[in-house]
Design a protein around this ligand. Structure first.
Ligand code: HEC
Ligand SMILES: [Cu+2]
Length: 394
């Protein structure tokens, strides 16, 4: 028998979470924040109802018929005025004190908090765990205070983890920080469940992991949402990632190690593909030829690229390297110079892997200059011809 007939309340129980006042509470801030929010809401309602009611009541009660003569005003009622000024101010001062205490708690990082460097850019998050490990997911340890040292490379972003009740703006040109202490660890899903999900993603041909559909990460951990809550341009709503809370420091260290660098026998192009999604290139560069904020990688390597200053260059290894380290040195025609520099953030091996990956995904079309250069000649062969055979061989 379907559950709904057998035990209808279980259906409701499953749903209550969806309609709850607040998202799940998973940090030391949550209880106090929610309580204070509740108190302030109740105070507001207590005042709002009698005020709104009196407004309508008096409007009706003292209505005069058309053409009636207006009565003279009563100018003062001192006891009444004192009562309605002093009475509510107690509530206001009380709310201020409670709010200020909570705010100071949010701003006072406890000693010994683990420091993670956060870089935000339109529309990516990257978390630096030290030792060259950078990843778009935030991974921390349960019951350990964590500090985020945050900066933005372009516009104002704001980091928000609803389950932690923690949120802070990130302003370009200065560091900002926040902290929190998670109280509920992520769960690890079974290997079978993870394998099934991986297969499904592969069958669907998903380029990236589909977080809307799956409530765990590609490493099999359940997660909390983290997103940008400051409108920061076109794809602002997609500037989201996840927080995974590890049970132990050892578990986190193992995870960090897994992402620290290219595996010993790992093919550079395969690793480049990982960096492509891990380091945020995928937010601006597609692989299927469609134009995002930047040109599709399908059309880059080996092709003639028109620049905004009218020059045309062939996208060889050095050009790609320069584009990654000094994106503003040569700007592709038809695009804004908004790519962040990855100088100091990618190792030479990372760049090499990205170059190999670009070679793999690029479609070589010697006949045309992709963004349309009026003087493009159809005969001239680009210097980097190797890629042509690469692509044809497939
Ligand atoms: C915020 C969006 C953004 C991100 C993130 C980004 N790029 Fe770009 N990229 C652009 C834009 C826009 C251009 C074109 C303008 C220019 O040349 O600077 C570009 C240009 C390039 C070019 C030159 C392409 C051409 O037309 O010849 C390469 C190569 C490149 N990016 C590689 C990367 C790699 C590798 C990453 C990740 C490590 C990355 N980009 C991340 C926006 C981005
Ligand atoms: Cu943002």
């Amino acid at each position: 028998m379907p559950v709904i007939l057998n035990q209808p309340w279980t259906l409701l129980a499953d749903k209550t979470e969806d309609y709850a006042w607040f998202p799940e509470a998973a940090s030391t801030f949550a209880a106090e924040n929610d309580w204070l929010y509740g108190v302030i809401t109740i105070v507001c309602v207590i005042f709002f109802i009698p005020i709104a009611f009196s407004l309508f009541y008096f409007a009706v009660r003292y209505r005069k018929p058309k053409g009636g003569k207006a009565e003279s005003n009563t100018a003062h009622n001192t006891p009444l005025e004192l009562a309605w000024s002093i009475g509510p101010s107690f509530f206001l001062v009380g709310m201020f004190i409670l709010g200020a205490k909570a705010y100071l708690n949010h701003r006072t990082v406890p000693d010994g908090a683990r420091d993670i460097k956060v870089q935000s850019s339109s529309w990516n998050w990257s978390f630096d765990y030290g030792g060259g490990t950078v990843h778009p997911e935030l991974h921390i340890v349960v019951e350990e205070p964590t500090k985020l040292s945050m900066r933005s490379t372009d516009v104002i972003h704001s980091l928000f983890v609803p389950a932690f009740r923690a949120k802070k703006d990130i302003v370009p040109g200065r560091y900002n920080y926040m902290w929190f202490e998670p109280t509920v660890a992520s769960r690890k899903v079974s290997d079978e469940e993870l394998a099934a999900a991986k297969k499904k993603m592969k069958d669907l041909g998903e380029e990236n992991w589909n977080f809307d559909e799956l409530d765990f990460t590609p490493d099999g951990y359940t997660y909390y949402d983290l997103y940008c809550t400051e409108y920061c341009g076109l794809n602002h709503s997609e500037m989201q990632t996840v927080v995974v809370v590890h049970e132990t420091q050892e578990d986190l260290d193992a995870w960090i190690k897994k992402y620290s660098m290219r595996g010993e026998n790992e093919d550079p192009a395969d690793y480049g593909r990982k960096l492509y999604s891990r380091r945020g290139c995928s937010g601006c560069h597609s692989l299927d030829g469609s134009k995002r904020v930047g040109p599709s990688f399908q059309e880059v390597f080996g092709n003639k690229r028109p620049l905004t200053d009218g020059d045309v260059v062939v996208a060889d290894e050095n050009y790609v390297r320069e584009s990654i380290l000094y994106p503003k040195a040569k700007v592709s025609a038809g695009y804004q110079p908004v790519m962040p520099s990855y100088k100091g953030q990618l190792t030479e091996d990372d760049i090499h892997s990205l170059v190999e990956f670009l070679k793999e995904v690029s479609e070589y079309s010697p006949a045309e200059v992709v963004a349309g250069d009026p003087e493009s000649s159809n005969e001239e062969k680009p210097a980097e011809g190797k890629n042509a055979t690469d692509t044809e061989a497939k």
